[in-house]
Design a protein around this ligand. Structure first.
Ligand SMILES: Cc1ncc(COP(=O)(O)O)c(C=O)c1O
Length: 399
């Protein structure tokens, strides 16, 4: 009999972390690898934030804090929601965890009973279905194809709602497609959700600040009729280049917030006191660099999308945000690489691209949609130029 639990057998390790790890290993063995798999900004954490952490250490802020966040950080989060999203929350409607991932995991553990359904639009962030499974729920995958810009079709959403639906997860800007929902898109989805008061909405806004060309961010909690059943998750990882600091947060109904704190009190306790102090500075300090960084990301997106669309067999939409694109490689299925391998799936294509050409990307099937791959352009322009040339010559070499 295996020591490993049955629950654990339901899930798989994160495929994006697996690609990053494989690329790291190939690099360490001396291969010339360009990693386009990682989901983190290549920019450093701004200095004012680092200084706040150093001060916290020097001041002795090195003890346990309140389980789900210090009052001063919760206050900064309340102000953030008011300033940026025009949303009013009380302190007891806020929770802080060790990263956005932790907060979503806790929310699923705190709310799902065996067999509860969670609607997960695909392409999805790789962790959603597995977190639902870990919590005993059933992920219901709602496919959103490229013709609809990888966004939810409201009437198809309605068809996927049942009596057992507990949550729908919304993620805009999206990982892996970069798709962004406008206020109009969200209002159309809201019209459907207004009819089903038993359905809660988890809005994953972690890429809020990575949007381009005047795209106006809108989040579903801004719709008054739904606010009471929305849990809005966000964090400092992507906006402030703080992936390693592990601070994420959410705002929503006090019943859920309290349940999350209960889980956290018996698992991780508080997130790092030093990281919390840094997050206070991130949210309350200057926000100037956010725009500058978004402009840099936009230049990279323009370059990557233009370069990909010049390659025969690849087609790429031009998304409004996040630092990902999700091109189709359907035109290359059936082709053969120089070692004689025939590509039957996107995974075959991606593996050959890594092994023969040293480019690490992630297959679309890992995100629930076959025939695509995800490129993260959160890397230098120099790397992107090299990578696009290599992808082009690789694709042209296929028979
Ligand atoms: C869509 C999405 N949500 C949540 C997260 C979690 O972010 P973190 O746990 O670093 O705050 C990520 C990270 O890659 C993500 O892409």
């Amino acid at each position: 009999m295996s020591i490993v639990s049955n629950t654990l057998k339901r899930i798989k390790p994160s495929p994006t972390i697996a690609v990053t790890q494989k690329a790291r290993e190939l690099k360490a063995s001396g291969k010339d690898i360009i990693g386009l798999g990682a989901g983190e900004p290549d920019f450093d954490t701004p200095d004012n934030i680092k200084q706040a952490a150093i001060k916290a250490i020097k001041d002795g802020d090195t003890k346990y804090t309140a389980v789900d966040g210090t009052p001063i950080l919760k206050d900064a989060i309340v102000k953030k929601f008011k300033r940026e999203n025009n949303l009013e929350y009380q302190i007891d409607q806020i929770t802080v965890g060790a990263g956005g991932k932790h907060v979503i995991y806790n929310a699923m553990m705190a709310t799902l009973n065996e067999g509860d359904e969670v609607i997960v639009p695909a392409p999805y962030w790789v962790s959603y279905p597995d977190m639902v499974l870990l919590a005993g729920g059933n992920p219901i995958i709602l496919k959103c194809n490229e013709k609809q810009g990888f966004k939810i079709n409201p009437s198809e959403l309605e068809k996927s709602i049942t009596k057992k639906t507990k949550w729908i997860i919304l993620n805009s800007p999206s990982n892996p497609t970069g798709a962004c929902y406008s206020e109009k898109d969200i209002r159309e989805i809201a019209k459907v959700l207004e009819k089903y008061p038993h359905v809660y909405i988890l809005s994953d806004d972690i890429y809020e600040h990575v949007t381009y060309e005047g795209f106006k961010f809108f989040t579903i909690a801004q719709i008054d009729s739904l606010k009471d059943r929305v849990l809005t998750m966000n964090g400092v990882s992507k906006a402030y280049s703080m992936t390693g600091w592990r601070i994420g947060y959410a705002a929503g109904p006090t019943e859920i917030i309290k349940a999350i704190a209960k889980i956290q009190s018996q698992s991780t306790t508080n997130p790092s006191s030093i990281s919390q102090a840094a997050a206070v500075e991130a949210l309350n300090g200057t926000q100037d660099f956010i725009k500058e960084r978004a402009i840099a990301f936009q230049e990279r997106r323009d370059f990557v999308v233009n370069s990909l669309n010049k390659i025969k067999g690849i087609e790429c939409l031009n998304p409004d945000g996040a630092f990902y694109v999700f091109p189709s490689c359907k035109g290359l299925i059936g082709k053969k690489d120089s070692s004689g391998n025939v590509f039957k799936t996107d995974t075959d294509f991606v593996q050959s691209l890594l092994e023969n050409n040293g480019i690490a990307v992630v297959q679309g099937s890992a995100f629930g949609l076959e025939g695509f791959f995800r490129i993260s352009y959160a890397t230098s322009m120099e790397n992107l130029k090299k990578a696009m040339e290599r992808i082009k010559s690789f694709c042209e070499s296929l028979n």
